[in-house]
Ligand binder design. Structure first.
Ligand code: TYD
Ligand code: MG
Length: 459
């Protein structure tokens, strides 16, 4: 073709780094064996076009004259999803929904269709399943509507054309890794394809003001397969987390241009799809063992919601030279730090002990306020001392063993009281200014350091 030349490029499948030379190790992200060759047609006229003066598509406007009223949202019918989205799907936005295969991404999309197809025209595009498969699943979920259009297509240009001609009110694409731009020579799922297809969808969504939900698979490290750049393009990134073997699913926003990223939504997978769990604490605490050592309940904040979760610790004699440490649901380094603090400041020796920590329900706790419960679970297992089942604990532990105050103490205490807990171990400095509802009958045990916390339990 006149005006074009073919160029061979090497693109990193992890980070999207491009280079004209092959390397064994990506110079940008340091991953090995991730550079793949891609052939690209370069247009010679690009630089000439760039020089040409273009009419600007948008002119500067004083911020005082911009109105926010026209931001229109569609409620999905799933309160937990609406919460994570910051109050429903914003018109013209592009939302990326990530998660492991089989976690329930396609299921939640069909459930959203079930509610929204009553008022909106929805175009559901699948590159993974046949129409029959989708119909079978829809029947199981009780989804049936003349407003829900199913299309099995992988050509992104065709999809963009359909978006224009059909003018749906909402588009769902399952999944971006199966989409393909014919102009590019690389295979579907490659970094360039995924990025370009997302760009095309983004342009279509913005130009036609149609909201679009795109499914993205995650790789073995938990990132959305393909480049991180995908996350920069879209307006919101939601992740579905949770153990596939367990029925709980946690939906978390890692990026949201239209709301907070702290909120989580909790679902339970059942026979008729995903059911919302309005009271996650109750679910996470169900089946808790009674009168055993090595377990303590923590109260963590997920956005504006306090959530109670059970942390279990197991400390046993190490049979080998090196003591083993394993952390599930909490940060490994945080656990190692707490073990060091317990050893140095309280005299509990863990160095010849294996230590395992697990948070029940597949929840991930990354808030420092859960330190105290984690430390108590470990001490409880080490000393074989039971933390009474009506006790809940929260507080951040510093390197000198001090218990530091945390935010939203009143909310945490109130939630624990609502769930029937009677004693709360909390930081001393949180006592000041703690205003609890009148009917809250929680016994508050304030502690200054980890030693006081252990002795409050009789240790
Ligand atoms: P799916 O939505 O296909 O996952 P993804 O699109 O993220 O890959 O979910 C499939 C899993 O959910 C599958 O293991 C079966 C289970 N499932 C139920 O348990 N109940 C249901 O009603 C449905 C539709 C699926
Ligand atoms: Mg699927």
């Amino acid at each position: 073709m006149a005006g074009t030349k073919i160029k061979s490029l090497y693109v990193c499948s992890e980070c999207g780094y491009e280079t004209s030379k092959w390397y064994g190790k990506c110079p940008s992200c340091g991953e090995w064996n991730t550079l793949n060759e891609e052939v690209r047609e370069m247009s010679k006229s690009t630089s000439a076009a760039a020089v040409q003066r273009k009419k600007p598509s948008s002119l500067p406007v004083p911020i005082s004259q911009i109105t926010t009223e026209d931001e229109q949202r569609y409620y999905t019918g799933l309160k937990e999803l609406d919460r994570v989205l910051g109050g429903g799907i914003v018109k013209g936005s592009l939302v990326l929904l990530g998660g492991d295969p089989g976690i329930g991404k396609s299921t939640i999309l069909l459930q959203v269709c079930s509610h929204l197809s009553k008022i909106l025209k929805i175009l559901y595009i699948s590159g993974e399943e046949s129409k029959r498969q989708i119909k079978l699943r829809a029947e199981r979920l009780g989804v049936n509507s003349d407003n829900l259009y199913i299309m099995t297509e992988t050509d992104i240009e065709v999809i963009a054309e359909q978006m224009q001609s059909e003018a749906p009110d909402l588009v769902m694409v399952d999944s971006i890794q199966t989409m393909n731009d014919r102009e590019l020579n690389s295979s579907p799922g490659s970094v360039t394809q995924v990025r370009e297809c997302t760009n095309i969808l983004m342009r279509a969504a913005k130009a036609l003001d149609i909201p679009c939900i795109v499914v993205g698979h995650v790789n073995k490290d938990g990132a959305i397969a393909g480049p991180k750049v995908l996350e920069h393009i879209v307006d919101a990134v939601l992740y579905f987390e949770g153990d596939k073997q367990m029925s709980y699913r946690i939906l978390r926003a890692v990026k949201n241009r239209y709301g907070s990223t702290n909120e989580i939504g909790v679902f339970q997978m059942g026979d008729s799809g995903l059911a919302e769990v309005e009271n996650p604490s109750l679910m996470l605490l169900s089946g808790r063992p009674k009168n055993v050592s090595g377990t303590c309940v923590a109260c963590t904040m997920e956005g504006s919601r306090p959530i109670l979760a059970e942390i279990q610790g197991l400390v046993t004699n190490s049979g080998y030279g090196n003591a083993r440490r394993m952390a599930t649901g909490v940060d490994y380094n945080r656990m190692a730090m707490l073990l060091a603090v317990l050893e140095k400041r309280c005299g509990y020796f863990f160095s010849s002990m294996d230590a395992y920590v697990n948070v029940i329900g597949g929840l991930r706790l990354d808030e420092p306020a859960t330190d105290l419960a984690l430390a108590l679970a470990l001490v409880s297992s080490l000393k074989d001392m039971v933390v009474p089942e009506n006790v809940v604990a929260f507080g951040e532990i510093g390197l000198t063993g001090e218990i530091r105050s945390v935010s939203h103490a009143a909310l945490r205490v109130t939630e624990a009281a609502r769930l029937g807990f009677q004693r709360c171990i909390l930081p001393y400095h949180n006592q000041k200014g703690l205003v609890l509802p009148k009917d809250c009958t929680m016994e508050l045990v304030t502690v200054r350091n980890i030693r006081e916390a252990v002795s409050a339990l009789g240790g």
